[in-house]
Design a protein around this ligand. Structure first.
Ligand SMILES: CC(C)(COP(=O)(O)OP(=O)(O)OC[C@H]1O[C@@H](n2cnc3c(N)ncnc32)[C@H](O)[C@@H]1OP(=O)(O)O)[C@@H](O)C(=O)NCCC(=O)NCCS
Length: 166
C-alpha cells in the first residue's frame, strides 16, 4: 500500500529503510517509550522483518515516511496487530528534526482513512506509555480516548487509547 499526503510519500516500510530507521531510533528521546535499548541496528532489522510478516499476513502494516520534496527518511507510521488483545494499533515515530510540523498527524490521518475505509476496521487503538506526552497529545488530536490500562508482554504499563470508526 503506497499512501501519499500533501507533504509525505509513504511506501511500505521494508529492509531498505532499516539503516535510516535505526538512526532515528538511535536518538534516546525518540526511542525512550518505544523499546529503547532493544532498537539497536540488529533489533531494528528484526522489527522491520516482523512488520513485513504482518503485511503479508494482514494486508496492512507500517509505512516509511519520506519527505515529498527531498526523499529524506523521516520516520514510520501504520497499523500493527496486538493478537493477545484482539486489537489493531495505529502507531507513529518521527525523527526528532521532523517533529513539531504536523507530519505525524498527517501520516496518521492517511492511515485512519485506510483503516476505516477500504480495510473496513471498526476500531483502532493507540498503545502509549503514560509519560509519553507528545504521543498522548497526538492521539487526542486524532480522536482517541483512554480506554484502559494494560501491561505489555515486555512488562511495561501502558494506556490503551481507542477510537471507533465514525
Ligand atoms: C509522537 C510523535 C510522533 C508526535 O510528533 P509531533 O510532531 O509532535 O506530532 P504532530 O505531527 O501531531 O505535530 C504536532 C506539532 O506540530 C506543530 N505544527 C506545526 N505545523 C503544523 C501543521 N501544519 N499542522 C499541524 N501541526 C503543526 C503543532 O503545533 C504541534 O507542535 P506542539 O506539540 O509544539 O504544539 C513524536 O513525538 C515522536 O516521534 N516521538 C517518539 C516516538 C514515539 O514515542 N512514538 C509514539 C509511540 S506510542
Amino acid at each position: 500500500m503506497h499512501l501519499e499526503t500533501e507533504r509525505l510519500l509513504m511506501p511500505p516500510l521494508s529492509g531498505e529503510h532499516t539503516g535510516a530507521l535505526a538512526e532515528v531510533y538511535a536518538d534516546r528521546d525518540v526511542a525512550r517509550y518505544i523499546g529503547g535499548a532493544t532498537l539497536d541496528p540488529e533489533g531494528t532489522a528484526a522489527q522491520v522483518a516482523r512488520f513485513e510478516v504482518v503485511r503479508r499476513e494482514h494486508g496492512f502494516g507500517q509505512s516509511a515516511l519520506l519527505d515529498r520534496n527531498t526523499g529524506a527518511f523521516l520516520g514510520r507510521a501504520g497499523l500493527h496487530p496486538w493478537p493477545q488483545w484482539g486489537e489493531v494499533e495505529l502507531g507513529y515515530v518521527l525523527a526528532r528534526d521532523a517533529q513539531g510540523r504536523g507530519l505525524a498527524a498527517e501520516a496518521a490521518r492517511a492511515w485512519l482513512d485506510v483503516a476505516f475505509g477500504e480495510l473496513g476496521l471498526r476500531r483502532l487503538t493507540a498503545v502509549i506509555h503514560p509519560a509519553n506526552t507528545p504521543s498522548r497529545a497526538l492521539a487526542g488530536r486524532l480522536g482517541f480516548r483512554v480506554h484502559r490500562e494494560e501491561v505489555t508482554p515486555a512488562g511495561v504499563r501502558v494506556l490503551v487509547h481507542e477510537r471507533h470508526a465514525s
